[in-house]
Design a protein around this ligand. Structure first.
Ligand SMILES: CC(C)(COP(=O)(O)OP(=O)(O)OC[C@H]1O[C@@H](n2cnc3c(N)ncnc32)[C@H](O)[C@@H]1OP(=O)(O)O)[C@@H](O)C(=O)NCCC(=O)NCCS
Length: 198
C-alpha cells in the first residue's frame, strides 16, 4: 500500500535522494555555472521546450527551479538537480510532474550534459523519480513524452520499463515546426513487478 498525496498537503522528499552514483536534490543559486554548461548547448535543447540560453537567461531559469523542490498542488513539476556525487558537479536535471491527484497520474522528464550521457546516469536518476512517484507520491501511472526524432529519449523511456502507448502526429508546435511525439507510460503494478527478485 502506498501513501497518497492530496492537494494542499505538500510533498517534500527526504533530500538528497541517493542513487548509486547520484544525489538528486533541489537546485541552489551556486549551481549556475554547472547548469549554464549544458543549457547553453544546442544538442541539449534541440528537443526540449526551452530555448538555447545565455548566462543571464540560465540565471532566470534557475530562479524558477529554486522553488520547484517541493510539490503542493497537482499540475506542478518537481525539478531536481542531478549531482554527480564523486565530484559534486550538477550534470543535469530530472523532473516529475504531479499531473493529477484524482487520477494519480504523473510525468517524468530529464536532461543531461552530453559529457555524462551514455553511462546510464539519466536512467539512474529517472528511475529514482519513478520510485518517488509510485512509492512516496502514490501515483498509479507515470508517462514520458518525447518528440519522435529524439531517439536517445525514447530509448531511455523504454529502458525504464515504459511501454510506447501512442504516436501523436503534429501534437506540438516545437521551435517553429509541427512535430510528432511518442507517449510512453508505466503503471505502478508493472513497475513493482519488475523489481521483484527472480
Ligand atoms: C535523453 C537523455 C537524458 C538520455 O541520456 P543517456 O545518457 O543516453 O541515457 P541513459 O542514462 O539511459 O544512458 C544510456 C546509454 O548508456 C549506456 N550505459 C552505460 N552504462 C550503463 C549502465 N550502467 N546502465 C544503463 N546504461 C548504461 C547504455 O548502453 C546507453 O548507451 P547507448 O545510448 O549507446 O545505447 C540525453 O540524451 C539528453 O539529455 N538529451 C537532451 C535533453 C533531452 O532531449 N531530454 C529529453 C526530452 S523528452
Amino acid at each position: 500500500m502506498t501513501a497518497q498525496a492530496h492537494p494542499g498537503e505538500g510533498f517534500l522528499p527526504d533530500y538528497p535522494v541517493r542513487t548509486q552514483r547520484l544525489d538528486l536534490r533541489p537546485h541552489r543559486r551556486d549551481d549556475l555555472d554547472d547548469i549554464y554548461a549544458f543549457h547553453s548547448l544546442p544538442e541539449v535543447v534541440r528537443y526540449v521546450p526551452w530555448p538555447l540560453r545565455d548566462r543571464e537567461q540560465t540565471r532566470a531559469a534557475l530562479e524558477v527551479k529554486l522553488g520547484q523542490g517541493a510539490l503542493t498542488e497537482p499540475g506542478q513539476w518537481l525539478v531536481l538537480a542531478i549531482e554527480y556525487r564523486e565530484t559534486g558537479t550538477v550534470i543535469g536535471e530530472v523532473l516529475l510532474k504531479w499531473a493529477s491527484a484524482a487520477d494519480r497520474q504523473g510525468e517524468v522528464g530529464f536532461a543531461l550534459h552530453p559529457a555524462y550521457q551514455g553511462r546510464g546516469l539519466a536512467a539512474e536518476a529517472a528511475d529514482a523519480m519513478l520510485r518517488l512517484g509510485f512509492e512516496d507520491l502514490g501515483l498509479h501511472r507515470i508517462i514520458g513524452v518525447c518528440i519522435d526524432a529524439n531517439i536517445a529519449s525514447a530509448q531511455l523511456l523504454a529502458r525504464l520499463g515504459m511501454s510506447r502507448e501512442g504516436h501523436l502526429i503534429h501534437s506540438a508546435f516545437h521551435k517553429g515546426e509541427w512535430v510528432n511525439q511518442f507517449v510512453y507510460a508505466i503503471r505502478e503494478d508493472t513497475w513493482r513487478a519488475a523489481r521483484q527478485p527472480a
